[in-house]
Design a protein around this ligand. Structure first.
Ligand SMILES: [Zn+2]
Ligand SMILES: [Zn+2]
Length: 96
């Protein structure tokens, strides 16, 4: 499985910073304060690694300061729809 090291690549960090600068509202629990990014379509399942449209803010190792969930842990490699029913204004689910 190639590409695991890309998670810390410069391009990825740059895109992640851009996504977090636009919004820090977690895609899993919908609270602010997200400090990490997750792939909407998991990279391991063919999602684009550094496409800002495929990245969304999520609470990382520190968890959510509001509800205490470790959102990134909960989500793991599951599709987003498996962990949240959150409806967003962004067109994250466009496609087949
Ligand atoms: Zn969260
Ligand atoms: Zn929360």
């Amino acid at each position: 499985m190639p590409g695991r090291a890309d998670l810390t690549s410069y391009a990825y960090r740059k895109v992640r910073a851009r996504v977090l600068a636009q919004s820090d509202t977690c895609i899993v629990c919908a609270h602010p304060g997200a400090d990490a990014c997750d792939h909407i379509h998991p990279h391991s399942k063919g999602g684009a690694e550094t496409d800002p449209d495929n990245l969304a803010p999520i609470h990382g190792v520190k968890g959510c300061p509001t509800c205490g969930r470790k959102c990134n842990n909960e989500k793991g490699d599951k599709p987003l729809s498996a962990v949240t029913q959150l409806v967003t204004s962004r067109d994250w689910y466009a496609g087949p």
